[in-house]
Design a protein around this ligand. Sequence first.
Ligand SMILES: Nc1nc2c(c(=O)[nH]1)N[C@H]1C(S)=C(S)[C@@H](COP(=O)(O)OP(=O)(O)OC[C@H]3O[C@@H](n4cnc5c(=O)[nH]c(N)nc54)[C@H](O)[C@@H]3O)O[C@H]1N2
Ligand SMILES: Nc1nc2c(c(=O)[nH]1)N[C@H]1C(S)=C(S)[C@@H](COP(=O)(O)OP(=O)(O)OC[C@H]3O[C@@H](n4cnc5c(=O)[nH]c(N)nc54)[C@H](O)[C@@H]3O)O[C@H]1N2
Ligand code: SF4
Ligand SMILES: [Mo]
Length: 722
Amino acid sequence: MSRKTVKTYCRFCHAYCPMVATVEDNRLTDLQPDTDNVVYGGYTCPKGRQMIEQIDHPTRLQQSVKRTADGGFAPVASAQALDEIAARLAAILAEHGPRSIASYNGTYSFQNSASHDVTRAFHAAIGSPSYYTSITIDQPAKVAIGAARMGWWNAGGHMWSDANVAFIIGNNTLVSHFSIPGGIPSFSPHNALREGKQRGLKLICMDPRRTEVARRADLHLQVRPGHDAAVLASMIRLILEENRHDAAFCAEHVTGLDELFAQLAPFTLEQVAAAAGISAAQIAEAARLFAAGPRGTAVTGTGPEMGPHPNLLQHLVQVINVICGRCNRAGERLPNPGVLAPPSIPRAQATGPQPQWLAEGVRSRVSPEVGEVMVLTPYGPKPEMPTALLSDEILTPGDGQIKALICVGGNPLLAFPDQQKTQRALAALELLVCIDIKLSATAQMADYVLAPKVCLERDDVTLLTDIWHDRPYSQYTAKVVDAEGDKIEEWELFWELAQRLGLQLTIGDEPIDMAHKPSKQALLELITRGSRVPLADIRAADGGQVFDVPDVIIAPADPATAQRMQLFPPGLATELAAALADTAAAGNPDYPLLLVSRRMKNTYNSTGPELSLLGSKGTTNPAYLNPGDLAACGAADGDLVEVRSAHGAIPAVATASDDIRPGVVSMSHCWGGSPDPAAGSDSRVREIGSNTNRLIDNRANAERYSGMARQSCIPVAIRKLN
Ligand SMILES: Nc1nc2c(c(=O)[nH]1)N[C@H]1C(S)=C(S)[C@@H](COP(=O)(O)OP(=O)(O)OC[C@H]3O[C@@H](n4cnc5c(=O)[nH]c(N)nc54)[C@H](O)[C@@H]3O)O[C@H]1N2
Ligand SMILES: Nc1nc2c(c(=O)[nH]1)N[C@H]1C(S)=C(S)[C@@H](COP(=O)(O)OP(=O)(O)OC[C@H]3O[C@@H](n4cnc5c(=O)[nH]c(N)nc54)[C@H](O)[C@@H]3O)O[C@H]1N2
Ligand code: SF4
Ligand SMILES: [Mo]
């Protein structure tokens, strides 16, 4: 018997915790935290530790399948499936043109470090702009629109590791393991938070729930959902009024400050506090604490980004950071210049707004105000079509209508706003192909479901998190075990289809070998060519490392190229007026509660409940309510209730929680099954949960530029079910 231990990292979520795997005769027999790792200190979570079970789990698709005439599925060799899919794509391409072929790249496409580059290369080769990812139903304001409207600081913002203050707005990293730099680091977040508090960092948290983060905060603003932008506006107003901002920095690097200040006049502490259900004193304290810094960043998470006014909120969060001067300066050392990014030395200067990114890209066919958004990456801006409108793009007839969808590691039927419409759209496709480890709710509607390798069966490198760390950290993992049977990686799906369609794929300007399929390693070499640390050095390291890269000292501004960040871009006045009007609006008596989103510890969107340990912690997504609200509808803890919005109704298991602000219902997304009554999803709510996207109209409050749907802060009513 052969037995070895190897270092690897978890890709169940994007925290990429380092692990040590024990392999006996190509079987994974043990998975332990890598306690030697300096960044993570041996941190892992129960989800990652379930990966052993995932490999052989009975729900795992061990072989690709295709739909049969009687509506079932039959096994198919992946090569045959790819031949057939390629032939159907060729026909659709010939009849309907390139735009009719779309891909949706969901959560698990991000975990394969070669997936996105090859998928984008495929789109470029066929000339299809219909490239969609979960980013645009997640946080498009943060990753795309905010920078296009205001511009950005080339040398980046303050990180957590030397901050004096952090303002965390609707982001619960202790559960989600997700934050952008400046917030609580996604990597071993409990340790990072403890370390920060020990050095005296002041934590401000704004969340309608007393979350894991809120409980540890110095100041918790337990807001009524939906008023974050107004709260930020009143904080900025106070900071400017009391001259607590960095006036010298603003004089040199921003424009529009006076116009913005003038527009903020109506956002008085009293009016905003009354609407947000907190005290004026708390808002003032938060503003003064944040402005005192002197170092530290305000960040948002998905809660408010899915609520009302996300573009405005994102802009105001950028504004509060910039006016308080939370930008790295000339002469300072960049904490993490990036390991896999190409070397460069940033200058202490701004790049101005890029309005063309919001106006000139490919437009949505269903809403011309909305179009491609430019996601900023270390390799430059990259366009994506807005996922919130993907169902409409499939359902709307005419030139460019989407006819074929390739769904990579995503689950649209559970994840997209307006579940009923999503179901109609998926059913209307001529061709739906999924690559998924299980017959997910979406895969059950597919023509072909390809069986992928799971992460421990693949080589990967920590490309996604490269610049999220506050040190130059990276890890390469070789596959830990060989996948059994006929399984492919996500990128191989696109390479194989391209080869069959006679296409040449390129990454950057470099062609991919189309005659012989490249190894994953060769592909990653191509993707990361020119990286600050050569991939070979990262591969040679024993596990994840902080690399000893030469210090990058931020260069002074170049007056010839320095621009200014625009604090008062076109359209902002209208957005401010709308947020202000909301502070005076009466609630809807028919739907007196507000439904907000949350993450649950033991699942990852729709992945996890099938695994034994994770499933044992609960098989449903409860509707968490304040005990007073629960009593008011005559229900007790554990009863079934109906959650009804203007758009739909779902059953849910009511759960009392003191942590929830009265008037708020907190429920997780991506649970439940098909909305088709014949599927009987509702009667199984205790076993499979229920889908909050049935309560959401994806067009009712579509956000400018991104079409972002309001997926949180939904007015609902609750009644007890018998
Ligand atoms: N365990 C686990 N981890 C995950 C996921 C998962 O499903 N499970 N999903 C992953 C994904 S895809 C993502 S994008 C990240 C997201 O990571 P986070 O953004 O950290 O997501 P949440 O933990 O839901 O935190 C959002 C918070 O916003 C609050 N909130 C809701 N509405 C409002 C509002 O109007 N205002 C304010 N201020 N707060 C509000 C909610 O109460 C909640 O605490 O997590 C990732 N990590
Ligand atoms: N109402 C509401 N809706 C929301 C949200 C919300 O907060 N509220 N959150 C939104 C957010 S932030 C996001 S990111 C989206 C999530 O949107 P999606 O990414 O579309 O949804 P997931 O459930 O993460 O889908 C992941 C799929 O990948 C499969 N999978 C698991 N492991 C692997 C693997 O190794 N390889 C492959 N190929 N497949 C694998 C799983 O079985 C599952 O079907 O949902 C969004 N929808
Ligand atoms: S936090 Fe958990 S699921 Fe995420 S990478 Fe770490 S062990 Fe894996
Ligand atoms: Mo997400």
